[in-house]
Design a protein around this ligand. Structure first.
Ligand SMILES: [Zn+2]
Length: 447
């Protein structure tokens, strides 16, 4: 085995999109903090490079500056891995701020049900949809769920992803929800993909409550009284989420849960206005959520509320999930242009889950954002890096290539970030680095 070398020097990049400078909104969403190579094509002293030491970035800039910085720090060449970007593009590792990683089974039969005219909420009301996944997930062993998680995390990594958020929500009772959070915590500790766990006990009304009067209210109260305290005691979840949708958990129930979670020290986020306009965006702004997710049917009032929150200095990130609206053949995609024009920071996620987005590929989410939501390539990159980090409350340490931040990055086999969503369906990742170490390589290229 090669000796452990704590240093990393990435060189010969056509460009480095640093995304330096914090969360992006409005016209700044298209600023990727670009360092471009000169006439030498990436190999000269003035071409962009990056160095990391013990997992943190120590220098970004011209190669001559980066090498001088390593020398000044007394870091010997023998302790530095030199990673040749082969004239490719370097970006921060992608961050997927909305996934439902841990589940059992597939729901491919629902595709044909929907094609025959049965809606998503109708299938759920009939005991299918999420509830089918709940039955199968409860019945799966820990090892089955861990194997499933590892399989898809490997795939996410190979698409350039270094950090994901993932939710519980296929347990819907205290012990099952705790188990999903515990398994998410274990997978994150295994690495290399880092996991930010979210509690989503209010994903659907649990089957045990479906025949009680006011089932949604009764189940939600049990989430507050029983699940939430246990989740707090367990200490794994960083935030609390709720499926806020008319006919599932309306705004007043969602507000009750999120207020209780916030009072107990969790960040809050919500599935908002996905299928029908439900007032979720307004609630997100009012309650100070980290993110409002989906927003396919957000209203003008909802956009106004999010815009005001951003202007007042406590932005709610609009996390858009265009693969899900495509998969459900929704007539309404999230109004990305209106959100960006209103000064709201926009992030992108895959929404990886068995029912509405069986897609682990973050590059696909960026491509759909460009080709369906009319975002630019640059906006989609900011959305999947620094703004996704902001949606998870980790933008101080993740999401951009700046000195002091985690050395999480992806090297792409194209010479411009503008080509990432262009080669539709092609996997453009060459190398993925997590905390300063090569975690995935499409080609052997370390020298
Ligand atoms: Zn979701």
């Amino acid at each position: 085995m090669a000796p452990h070398r704590p240093g990393l020097l990435v060189h010969n990049a056509a460009e480095i999109a640093t995304l330096a400078g914090g969360v992006r909104r409005g016209s700044a969403q298209s600023d990727v903090g670009l360092l471009a190579s000169g006439e030498t094509g990436g190999t000269g002293p003035h071409d962009p490079a990056l160095a990391a030491y013990e997992g943190r970035i120590v220098a970004v800039g011209r190669l001559s500056h980066v090498e001088a910085q390593l020398t000044e720090m007394g870091i010997a060449e023998s302790s530095v891995v030199r990673l040749d970007a082969l004239g490719g593009t370097v970006t921060p590792g992608l961050i997927d701020p909305h996934t439902h990683l841990l589940f059992s089974g597939t729901r491919h039969a629902e595709v044909e049900m929907r094609q025959r005219g049965h809606g998503y909420l109708e299938i759920l009301a009939a005991g299918g949809g999420i509830l089918q996944t709940v039955r199968m997930t409860r019945a799966a062993s820990d090892d089955e769920l861990l194997d499933h998680g590892r399989r898809w995390l490997r795939e996410m990594l190979s698409h350039g992803v270094t950090t994901i958020e993932t939710k519980s929500g296929y347990g819907l009772d205290t012990s099952s929800e705790l188990r999903l959070l515990e398994l998410a915590g274990r997978l994150g500790a295994e690495g290399p993909v880092e996991i930010v766990p979210t509690f989503l006990g209010a994903h659907a009304v649990a089957p045990e409550y479906r025949d009680t009067p006011d089932a949604a209210g009764a189940y939600l109260q049990s989430v507050i009284d029983e699940q939430l305290p246990a989740v707090i005691d367990q200490g794994i979840a960083k935030s609390c989420d709720v499926f806020c949708e008319r006919g599932v958990f309306g705004v007043s129930l969602a507000r009750r849960l999120l207020s209780a979670a916030r009072d107990r020290g969790l960040d809050v986020r919500l599935h908002a206005d996905q299928i029908q306009p439900s007032g979720g965006a307004e609630l997100a702004a009012d309650i100070g959520a980290l993110s409002a997710d989906h927003l396919g049917r957000v209203t003008a009032e909802g956009i106004h509320a999010l815009s005001r929150a951003a202007d007042e200095g406590h932005p709610v990130v609009a996390t858009l999930l265009p693969i899900a609206s495509f998969y459900l053949a929704e007539e309404h995609d999230a109004p990305a242009r209106s959100l960006i024009d209103a000064g709201i920071p926009v992030a992108l996620g895959t929404d990886f889950n068995p029912g509405t987005s069986p897609a682990p590929n973050a590059q696909l989410a960026m491509a759909f954002a460009v080709h369906r939501l009319r975002m630019s390539a640059a906006e989609s990159l900011a959305a999947m890096t620094i703004n996704a980090a902001a949606a998870l409350g980790i933008a101080a340490s993740h999401g951009s290539l700046e000195v002091g931040k985690h050395a999480d990055l992806a090297i792409w086999s194209v010479d411009s970030h503008a080509l990432l969503p262009y080669w539709l369906g092609s996997d453009l990742v060459r190398t993925v680095v997590k905390r300063g170490h090569v975690a995935y390589s499409a080609e052997a290229m370390i020298r």
